[in-house]
Design a protein around this ligand. Structure first.
Ligand code: ADP
Length: 292
């Protein structure tokens, strides 16, 4: 089983020719609401890829909360430990202009109340093979979750996004860190992925730096780094690629597959995701991943 300790957000996306300046109003062309949040996205990716997934976190007691929960359940994610908190759900307010550039305000809402874990959450983590975390919940929850996981020998995987300085009390309990190229550079002070990975290995035993269309770099303490190429595909929308990669990687690792095989599975899944528009809507099912 995979436990995801993370965020759920409703993405509210306005499409407009040109983003408004300060004090200005522009008329947009289109509006869409899509379920998101890195935690929920990774949970959906893992469930579609065949994982038994439990989501730990919180939605608000508003209409978005209901839809976010239903979306996860529809994907087959267990939401028994997804709490309903008083107040608004997490929201991401996104403006996309005709050049494809975006400006985003994320309001954590209910995600922000997940500062500590109860006995139910701790027990669920302890009963899992893998704990997936990102940084869209309060850091204190991630610290507690990772500590509980480590105490029970549960493998912990952290996506360090949104990127921020990471305290030892968190990294000391992380088995595998999966930053993208930008996050790896930010965390290590090294732009070059190999160099960045070597720095990060001082703090965690295994690192995978994802490199977009170039694939990913796997590095472990005491071993030679390995570069895995991504399948060559035509990308339409790379939103959710990183979350698809991590969610499906967790499924393969949870099945006891070696890293090289798990990375191949995750790379196939992420390559399928980028060929369709949207984030969670474009995540592939297991049969589709196995077909490529
Ligand atoms: P993020 O979405 O977090 O910024 P990346 O852009 O590094 O992360 O993408 C994560 C993974 O998704 C990559 O390691 C790769 O496997 C896959 N991927 C991303 N973009 C492409 C692409 N254009 N073609 C094929 N695979 C891709």
């Amino acid at each position: 089983r995979i436990a995801v300790l993370g965020s759920t957000n409703m993405d509210l996306v306005a499409y407009t020719a040109r983003a408004p300046g300060r004090g200005e109003t522009v008329t947009g062309r289109e509006f869409r609401t899509t379920p998101g949040g890195k935690g929920a996205n990774q949970a959906v990716a893992a469930a579609r890829a065949g994982g038994e997934v439990m989501m730990i976190g919180a939605v608000g007691d508003d209409v978005y909360g209901t839809r976010l929960r239903e979306g996860l359940e529809h994907a087959g994610v267990d939401t028994d430990l997804l709490h309903t908190a008083e107040g608004p759900s997490g929201t991401a307010h996104i403006v996309v202009d005709d050049t494809g550039s975006n400006a985003i305000v994320v309001v954590p809402g209910a995600n922000g109340v997940v500062t500590t874990l109860g006995p139910g959450e701790i027990a669920a983590i302890a009963a899992s093979e893998i704990l997936l975390m990102q940084l869209e919940l309060p850091l204190s929850a991630a610290v507690e979750g990772s500590r509980a996981a480590r105490a029970q020998g549960v493998r912990t995987i952290l996506t360090p996004a949104p990127v921020q300085p990471l305290p030892d009390e968190l990294l000391d309990h992380i088995d595998l860190l999966v930053p993208n190229e930008h996050e790896a550079a930010e965390l290590s002070g090294q732009d070059e992925p190999h160099a960045a990975a070597q720095i990060l290995l001082r703090r965690v035993p295994e690192v995978i730096v994802t490199l977009g269309a170039k694939g990913c770099l796997y590095a472990a303490r005491g071993g030679e780094p390995v570069l895995f190429a991504a399948p060559s595909v035509t990308a339409v929308d790379t939103t959710g690629a990183g979350d698809t990669f991590v969610g499906t990687l967790a499924v393969a690792l949870g099945e006891g597959r070696p890293v090289a095989e798990a990375v191949a599975f995750a790379s196939s899944a992420a390559a399928l995701c980028v060929q369709k528009p949207g984030a969670s809507t474009s995540m592939p099912y297991r049969s589709e991943i196995e077909a490529v």
